[in-house]
Design a protein around this ligand. Structure first.
Ligand code: ADP
Length: 315
């Protein structure tokens, strides 16, 4: 079947006629479907960290929930293939993804917050995913091209820590990512890696929206004094040194661990806490950032219509 005759958005794997397509036609069809799906997503933001355990998935989850509470349509893609924890953080880990002829239906947390994660596809959570680069690329391709995200204002992509295959795949497949958020903790060893993450993001053509300093001080529950458990201020200094925005500091809150384990996002369970305020501030900074990009886009559209058209065609 030639791709012109394909039913729009149909998946080759489930198409009765795909046996008559050449590999090249299938690839062209996949690319077309990916472009079509992505054209329904206004803004794409990647959340990265140089190191594991710094709270990247916690930030991704709370950012996505905060944006959805503001009324935006949000998709959350857990691209951490080896450690997909987002379903647990949202209390949806027992859910099953179902398929339709046109793709997979993401899991709905709210009508305007949808999630897809490797966790939904692993039978036994104790079994590790032992995959090399090409398989991971293919999984991310499917999460982007074969998931029926629908119309989204934001797609938040939670990447695995480090600077490996997955961010490269996302950058290659999505092409126009609006920007990245780098999550770090304040101690020197984490900061060293987060500086690498900033350079990496720039190298792959993704502008850095800013740095978040997580686990930044602990308020003693007894004397209310701040204890600089992992030091304080390193993330802000790194932001200054590297010429990127500082998006805010999130203190250590022991209740966050409990809420996270019981699948309750902190912006909902403790909306008045300092940490929840910090998450909301990060969401506001993202809105401002994409707002400026919209204005820039409008300006370019009016002033340089030819270049704008060319750029849009590549999106
Ligand atoms: P990463 O995605 O970077 O590996 P996670 O988001 O999975 O890190 O967080 C690791 C653990 O740290 C989780 O148990 C989470 O609840 C906890 N955590 C993250 N940020 C904070 C914080 N500010 N205060 C207390 N616990 C936190």
């Amino acid at each position: 079947m030639t791709k012109e005759k394909c039913e729009k958005d149909a998946i080759c794997d489930t198409c009765d006629e795909s046996g008559s397509c050449s590999q090249q036609e299938k690839e062209a069809h996949n690319q077309e479907r990916l472009t079509s799906r992505l054209s329904h997503i206004k803004h794409r933001i990647m959340v990265m960290s140089g190191k594991g355990g710094v709270g990247k998935s916690t930030v991704s989850t709370n950012l996505a929930v905060a944006l959805s509470l503001d009324g935006f349509d949000v998709g959350l893609l857990d691209a951490d293939i080896h450690g997909p924890n987002i379903p647990k953080m949202l209390g949806i880990e027992s859910k099953q993804v179902i398929g339709s002829g046109k793709g997979m239906i993401p899991i709905e947390v709210f009508p305007n917050l949808k999630v897809i994660s490797m966790a939904f596809f692993i039978g036994d959570r104790d079994n590790p995913v032992v995959w090399r680069g090409p398989l991971k690329h293919s999984a991310i391709n499917q999460f982007l091209g074969e998931v029926e995200w629908g119309n989204l204002d934001f797609l938040i992509v939670d990447l695995p820590p480090g600077t490996g295959d997955e961010p490269l795949s996302v950058a290659h497949l999505i092409k126009s990512v609006d920007g990245s958020i780098i999550v770090t903790t304040p101690q020197d060893v984490a900061l060293l890696d987060s500086r690498k993450a900033i350079t990496f993001s720039r190298m792959i053509g993704i502008p850095v929206i800013g740095i978040v300093e997580n686990m930044s001080g602990l308020i003693c529950p007894h004397c209310q004094k701040e204890i600089p458990l992992f030091k304080i201020g390193g993330g802000e200094k790194a932001a200054k040194d590297m010429g990127v925005s500082f998006l805010g500091r999130i203190p250590i809150d022991p209740e966050m661990v409990t809420d996270c384990d019981r699948g309750m996002p902190f912006v909902m369970s403790q909306p008045k806490s300092e940490a929840a305020k910090a998450f909301k501030q990060i969401a506001d900074r993202c809105k401002e950032y994409v707002g400026f990009k919209e204005i820039e886009k409008q300006f370019e559209k009016e002033k340089y219509p030819y270049h704008f058209k060319e750029k849009e065609a590549k999106r």
